[in-house]
Write a protein that binds this ligand. Structure first.
Ligand code: PLP
Length: 426
């Protein structure tokens, strides 16, 4: 068959290809549901762009201070309408997701305030931001304390513990939607809404920030639809649609976003400055593509779980589970398994397909990390990528794929490398 021989040319053997096709045959209904969500979200993005009369003048580059940057200001109105918030800050000057989260936290916490995570430990890089791991310029150095309520062993919220951790200094609650590098389940937007309502019932007036990384457009609602005061994320993940080469966003209440703008630039300047450097076409077009790009990545994640779980590799989420982000954790059980998996993802890439990924120390992470990514935008994890810290249980976190077909090839190649290394048997 023509397609099968093309896969063979790319390095996927007939047994791996046929196993993949058998798995896929069982996933048609799941994929239909993903497509329906994408269709809704495409309409949501289009409605926001039409309402704000997006036109060619919005794509003009600005330099220097960036005063009266209409393209930038209008993009922020579009984002605010997509996330149903009063305001938004969407900037190339926000360098990554961690930076966006740092801006949101440090702008809305003052000395003496306490930050609460009711969902256990935050993402690795936030440990230094908060000061859980000692770090220069952490929130802790500025006199902001941190409290944490862990999830119950089954992944549910521990409401009694959360209530007991909320005190008169608790100012901001941070909720991480995606599991990140943990093996806990990702939270649905519905669960996040329930948690927000609970925190606000214990302490009215408390602000809630959601780390929305990897969750955007996976469902038809976002945490900002269910009471979050800020949703925060990276443009080299879902909402950049693979086209944004840098950037982050913070959507939320006018009061919170205004403070974020003052923190990002300077008190008094806020959102008025910040040239767009010619990135507006990529930001607008990337947002336009984001719902379908996210859907492709989601299909890849579902396919990976259904491919690997029957072979005895534990997957989070499990093969049959609902999805609330685009990350698929596959527990390979050994450093060699992680390396083989990542080699396959790398070999399937459009860029840098000939390089071999190796574990390495990374800033912000406390163990060696292996990363596979052959991306057009360096480090972009909405593009097909796999990474994970080299520590038990030796799980690889797999995500992205600008097209479903590329995600499919990458996953088949990862399995091929495991089979070739004798680490998996069909
Ligand atoms: C990726 C990610 C971050 C940090 O984003 P960077 O762009 O890597 O700094 C924070 N939280 C979660 C849940 C993430 O997935």
């Amino acid at each position: 068959m023509e397609l099968e021989s093309m896969y063979q040319t790319l390095g996927v053997s007939r047994p791996v290809y046929e196993y993949g096709e058998a798995v896929l045959a069982s996933l048609r209904q799941r994929f239909d549901a993903v497509d329906r969500t994408a269709e809704y979200n495409q309409a949501k993005v289009l409605a926001a762009m039409q309402k704000n009369r997006v036109n060619a003048t919005h794509f003009a580059a600005t330099t220097g201070y960036g005063y009266d940057d209409e393209g930038r200001d209008n993009l922020e109105r579009v984002y605010a309408d997509v996330f149903h918030t009063e305001a938004a800050l969407v900037r190339p000057q926000i360098t990554c997701g961690t930076h966006a989260l740092t801006v949101a936290l440090s702008a809305n916490l003052l000395p003496g305030d306490e930050l609460l995570s009711p969902v256990g430990a935050p993402y690795d890089t936030l440990e230094e931001v908060i000061g859980i791991r000692e770090s220069k310029c952490s929130l802790r150095e500025y006199g902001v304390t941190y409290a944490q309520a862990d999830l119950r062993p089954d992944g549910s919220f521990d409401f009694d513990a959360i209530r007991s951790k909320i005190n008169d200094r608790t100012k901001l609650v941070t909720i991480q939607r995606s599991k990140g590098y943990a093996t806990r389940p990702t939270l649905s937007v519905g669960q996040i809404g329930e948690l927000i309502a609970f925190c606000k019932s214990v302490k009215p007036g408390i602000n809630v920030m959601v780390d929305n990384c990897y969750g955007e457009f996976v469902e038809t609602v976002e945490p900002s639809d269910l009471g979050a005061d800020m949703v925060v994320g990276s443009l080299i993940k879902n909402p950049g649609g693979g086209l944004a080469p840098i950037g982050g966003y913070i959507c939320g209440t006018r009061a919170c976003v205004e403070r974020c703008a003052y923190r990002l630039s300077a008190p008094g300047l806020g959102q008025e400055v910040g040239a767009n450097l010619g990135l507006m076409p990529a930001f607008y077009q990337g947002l336009f593509l984001a719902p379908t790009v996210t859907a492709g990545a989601l299909k890849g994640a579902i396919f990976a779980a259904n491919l690997y779980e029957p072979l005895g590799f534990a997957c989070v989420p499990g093969a049959g589970e609902d999805r609330h982000d685009i990350i698929q954790a596959v527990t390979l059980g050994s450093p060699e398994g992680m390396v083989a998996f990542c080699k396959g993802i790398q070999a399937a890439a459009p860029v840098d397909s000939y390089v071999t990924p190796e574990p390495w120390a990374m800033p912000g992470y406390d163990s060696d990390v292996i990363m596979a990514a052959g991306a057009f935008v360096q480090g972009s994890s909405i593009e097909l990528s796999a990474d994970g810290p080299i520590r038990p249980p030796y799980a690889v976190y797999f995500q992205g794929g600008l097209t479903w077909y590329h995600a499919k090839l990458g996953i088949l190649m990862s399995l091929q490398k495991l089979v070739d290394a004798g680490l998996a048997r069909l």
